[in-house]
Write a protein that binds this ligand. Structure first.
Ligand code: FES
Ligand SMILES: [Fe+2]
Length: 440
């Protein structure tokens, strides 16, 4: 207990987390200490690229959405020239939250308090009764503060408050995998326009992120779902997690900078992902309509590209792409997190394809995410309740020598590995312990 108290006295100026890490293990305090959470929100979410929105959510000049970078509320805007900005949602006058809408189109943002107004680029456009402002405050920062770095990669908008890396450098290997995910349906663009389905969980955000490429839990946590699937439909989609599932062609990859992927494509897409897919409402009528209109070959090609992607692509620290969906992590406090699921659709495809995508996107969040949420919350309870039990295990496949470099150049390990956790914790330490950049 004394040791624990000493750890809490670590000063952030030193940025040392040595005591919190050991071989194949991380300390419980990383999930339970409110001071570490505070530091994460300042430094981690203040000095690396954070996913904020998809361009299709703000397609027109003047469009905006409000999002979060850690605990910071931000307004993601598209100005009249089409340029993107990420503004801190804090009036420059007395600090009130400026924009109180989740999305919309605005000529200017007018603060409800004293009606100061701001443009899409954050510039101060108006202050009522201007004669009251004089030379003494000419140098006051009247414009909104904002993220200095805003870049989009194939429609995915990221922002950084303080970083030396370009977005492309930060994404590294994850960009290539994002390309593979996006290029499944050539000639179509991805659209994110259905809002989000938020799951509010009583857990630290990293209990959720730990699970993002955790192939180990699937047959155990989701046992009832898998049992129901195989009893009704046979060996379809994720029902193949049985027996020694490490022997299956399923794998986890380290993409660098904390980004990882759980790749089920070698099995899910080995023949036809559509035929492997379990029954969805409207399956027969969708198939017969597409078959009739396009012919079997084209219909199958489209459906295989729109059924489960077979990829869980995780872009550290807050973006997880699972199936056809985008998941965004919003830390709220040391033990509260909102996970937002955004469904996606495609342009230039028959309506039946987007219907299939929507049925699939209703499926796992309803039947699987509830299992996961129960376990994320149980982890938080255990970590908080028992301070004497200090360590969390992330050591699977550290010693089994089953890892190797894949043909794409990325390190891969069998699907039950903890490679994902080890990879992102390394990125976490690099950022949290750095003396460069960051606003902490
Ligand atoms: S606080 Fe916004 S105008 Fe006064
Ligand atoms: Fe799960």
């Amino acid at each position: 207990m004394l040791k624990e108290a000493a750890k809490n006295s670590v000063t952030y100026a030193e940025h040392v987390y040595d005591d919190y890490f050991g071989e194949g293990r991380v300390h419980r305090a990383l999930y339970t200490d409110a001071e570490i959470f505070k530091h994460e929100m300042l430094r981690l979410f203040g000095s690396t690229w954070i996913y904020v929105a998809h361009e299709s959510e703000i397609p027109d000049a003047g469009d905006f959405v409000t999002r979060r970078m850690g605990l910071r509320s931000v307004i993601v805007t598209r100005d009249l020239d089409g340029d993107l900005h990420v503004l801190f949602n804090r009036c420059s006058h007395r600090g009130a939250t400026l924009c109180r809408e989740e999305s919309g189109n605005a000529k200017v943002f007018t603060c409800p308090y004293h009606a100061w107004s701001f443009g899409h680029d954050g510039g101060c456009r108006g202050r009522p009764l201007p004669k009251g402002f004089g030379a003494s405050t000419d140098d006051f920062p009247y414009d909104l503060s904002k993220a200095d770095h805003v870049e989009s990669y194939r429609g995915f908008i990221f922002a950084a408050i303080d970083t030396k890396l370009s977005l492309k450098e930060h994404l590294g290997g994850a960009a290539e995998k994002l390309d593979e995910w996006l290029d499944r349906n050539p000639g179509s663009d991805l659209v994110v326009q259905n809002g989000s389905m938020p799951f509010e969980m009583r857990t630290n955000w990293k209990c959720v992120y730990d699970n993002a490429a955790d192939g180990y839990h699937v047959p155990f946590s989701h046992e009832s779902l898998l049992r129901m699937l195989s009893a009704r439909y046979g060996n379809v989609d994720i029902a193949y997690y049985e027996g020694d599932f490490d022997a299956l062609p399923l794998l986890v990859k380290d993409l660098g900078n904390g980004h990882t992927m759980l790749d089920q494509r070698p099995l899910m897409h080995a023949d036809s992902a559509w035929e492997r897919q379990h029954v969805l409402p409207g399956r027969e009528s969708i198939w017969s309509k597409l078959n009739e209109d396009l012919g079997e070959e084209e219909a199958l090609k489209l459906l295989n590209g729109s059924t489960g992607s077979g990829m869980n692509l995780n872009i550290f620290p807050n973006l997880m792409i699972i199936g056809n969906q985008i998941q965004v992590l919003e830390p709220v406090s040391v033990n509260e997190t909102i996970v937002r699921w955004y469904s996606t659709s495609l342009t230039n495809v028959p309506p039946e394809i987007n219907a299939v995508r929507m049925r699939m996107q209703e499926d796992f969040p309803s039947f699987g995410e509830v299992d996961d949420t129960a376990n994320f919350e149980a982890c938080q309870i255990g970590l908080e309740e028992i301070p004497e039990a200090e360590w969390v295990h992330i050591g699977r496949h550290m010693d089994s020598r089953l890892g190797e470099t894949d043909t794409d150049g990325f390190w891969k390990e069998p699907v039950s590995t903890d490679l994902h956790a080890r990879a992102y914790w390394q990125a976490w330490r690099t950022i949290m312990e750095s003396n460069e950049g960051g606003k902490a």
